[in-house]
Ligand binder design. Structure first.
Ligand SMILES: [Zn+2]
Length: 190
């Protein structure tokens, strides 16, 4: 079994729910599980991983992984919102996986609302994390295509094209398919 995993998908593709269910299932058979999230993510309080479907679990909130080592006996490390960690944190995860015998399973976004890959996601690919795409459909009404992109909107409903890659919260985002992204972001059809 691979010891470093990246579960990626757009917002709303049930990544946090999947993480929480995975933690529950491991804990149920006595496996020691640690859960970590980046400190900048405080949408639901700093020490919980929460899914929009209404389930949550306690987690350790860390700014970076420089000093972090899982407690002795830990078998699984689950990392939420991994795109908000730095590439150097991914290298710490590699060390935890390869030299401390811990299976590291990360969950997060691959690309931002400008169709650019997050640095942490790129680093996960570079170091050979096993990729698992979590799928959901485009949020444009009636579209059944796979959501692959994010559109970010300002308060008046206009698309933001030069926004901060690390903006938090998702109330002004839509997960959309590639065709709708190009139509709305670039204002053209493909
Ligand atoms: Zn679509």
């Amino acid at each position: 079994m691979a010891n470093l995993h990246f579960h990626y998908g757009t917002m709303g593709s049930s990544k946090s729910a999947e993480l929480i269910i995975t933690a529950y299932n491991f804990k149920r058979n006595g496996t020691s599980v640690a859960m970590v999230k980046p400190r900048c993510d405080n949408r639901f309080g700093d020490t919980k991983i929460t899914s929009r479907i209404g389930i949550s679990m306690d987690a350790i909130s860390l700014k970076n992984l420089d000093e972090y080592r899982p407690a002795p006996g830990t078998s699984i490390l689950l990392v939420d919102e991994v795109q908000f960690f730095a590439p150097s944190d991914i290298d710490h995860m590699v060390d935890i996986a390869d030299n401390h015998g811990v299976i590291v399973m990360t969950y997060g976004l691959m690309v931002d609302s400008n169709e650019k890959i997050f640095p942490a996601a790129r680093r996960l690919i570079e170091v050979g994390a096993k990729l698992h795409r979590m799928e959901s459909n485009c949020q444009i009404p009636g579209c059944l295509c796979l959501a692959t992109h994010h559109l970010r909107f300002d308060a008046t409903g206009h698309v933001i094209r030069d926004g901060d890659q690390f903006a938090m919260g998702d109330t002004n985002y839509k997960s959309v398919c590639r065709r709708h992204f190009y139509e709305i972001y670039h204002g053209r059809s493909h």
